[in-house]
Design a protein around this ligand. Structure first.
Ligand code: ADP
Ligand code: MG
Length: 388
């Protein structure tokens, strides 16, 4: 099975491109399911069909589903929910609040992971397309086992024993199978780790970043790219969506300036994400709803390529930790020779080539580290960041 996940800033066109990609996969004869993990569901709108928390048939080979954390919790982890509820009530939290608390941070993502695990295990679908929430939440999703572990340790210090014994005690008084809740929790963790492994496998999972030719959006796309690389996920393409046609920016027109800067932004995107392919989609002049328009978007993105292909598979950003320093290696094929200046401001690395400045966003921890030397060989820039 192939898993393709779309991420990017809110409103850039993730849902649209995810749905268009799914449609193209289905047209190739692949059984395709497109799912939305974003609680602000708009996949139904894009497909122009009312989706459910279980897969709905959309057209030949194409299914759609909008995850719903409440539905998923009830279906999959009722025992665990009871365990949580009982713990909260026992701690004096009122009923209503406890109900809400049982949907804890990360639960949304966790339930998405469980669905992914199910589909991966069952092998019914050939392709799973994930229309995810804006970048921040996607990163939470992709680092979920680590995130969950940390909140669990905070919520239940000395957790394991406490939950297990507490579970048994409450079990006797209330007749709810709470020790099963604990087992579910354990089971959940091991499943989350398995799914994460699958998602980290570049042969299975590709992540595609959607952006618009606008400054803030590109900034967020670069940041996401850095983090995804850092965590080891394979980003295999960039989609630049809603590009205004040149003609709209004719001299003296309202959009002249916008179209001009758009050209620079697209160039920046192409350089910054090299060697990844950058697919461009024009603004369609109207909102994109329904299969016909999605088909046009799909053709604009993929042309004659197979939408489920792995478009790229080498990590252009690597971090290695040593006792005294970090070595960060960045692939920068747009630098042709060694004539560049390097500077670091906070977590931003500024590379000046021929008077033009490029910024590369480093992981946030780089804020506290000192740039201490660099080397450039075969299009790879290696920098050394000292820990003290
Ligand atoms: N190429 C395009 N041309 C015109 N409108 C678009 C295009 N791509 C997306 N849209 C519209 O932009 C809005 C946001 O797109 P959407 O896919 O929901 O973004 P996201 O999922 O990233 O929040 C929607 O109304 C959609 O119809
Ligand atoms: Mg969306």
């Amino acid at each position: 099975m192939r898993i393709i996940l779309f991420t990017g800033k809110g409103g850039v066109g993730k849902t649209t491109t995810a749905a268009a990609t799914a449609l193209k996969c289905a047209q190739k004869g692949l059984k395709t399911l497109v799912v939305s993990t974003d609680p602000a569901h708009s996949l139904s709108d894009a497909l122009n069909i009312e989706l459910q928390p279980e897969p709905t048939v959309i057209s030949e080979n194409l299914w759609g589903q909008e995850f719903d954390v409440y539905y998923s919790m009830k279906k999959n982890w009722d025992n665990m929910r009871h365990l949580m509820l009982s713990i909260f009530k026992w701690k004096g939290v009122s009923n209503v609040v406890a109900e809400e608390l049982s949907v804890l941070p990360g639960m949304e993502e966790a339930s998405a992971f469980l669905w992914i695990e199910k589909y991966y295990r069952e092998k019914f679908y050939d392709v799973l397309i994930i229309d995810s929430a804006p970048t921040g939440e996607t990163l939470t999703l992709l680092t979920l086992p680590q995130v969950m572990q940390s909140w669990l340790t905070k919520a239940f210090p000395g957790q394991k024993l406490v939950i297990k014994t507490l579970g048994k005690v409450l079990n006797k008084t209330k007749g709810i199978p709470l020790d099963k809740g604990y087992d579910e929790l354990q089971n959940l963790f091991s499943k989350l780790e398995q799914v994460q492994k699958v998602m980290l496998n570049p042969k299975v999972c590709s992540i595609r970043i959607v952006a618009n030719p606008e400054r803030m959006v590109i900034q967020e796309a670069k940041r996401a790219f850095t983090y995804l690389n850092l965590y080891g996920y394979n980003v295999d393409a960039i989609v630049v969506n809603r590009i205004l046609p040149e003609i709209v920016g004719a001299k003296g027109s309202l959009f002249e300036q916008y179209v001009k800067s758009q050209t620079d932004y697209i160039k920046d995107i192409e350089e910054s994400f090299q060697p990844l392919p950058v697919y461009k989609v024009l603004h369609q002049g109207a909102e994109v709803f329904g299969l016909d328009l999605l088909d046009q978007i799909g053709t604009a993105i993929y042309g004659t390529n197979n939408p489920h292909e792995i478009f790229h598979a080498e990590n252009p950003f690597k971090v290695k930790e040593f006792s005294q320093y970090y070595k960060i290696s960045i692939y920068l094929p747009f630098i042709k020779d060694n004539e560049f200046k390097l500077d670091k401001f906070g977590d931003e690395l500024i590379i000046e080539v021929n008077g033009r400045k490029k910024s590369v966003l480093l992981p946030r921890f780089a804020n506290f580290l000192q740039l201490d030397g660099h080397a450039f060989e075969n299009a790879w820039l290696h920098i050394r960041l000292n820990k003290n």
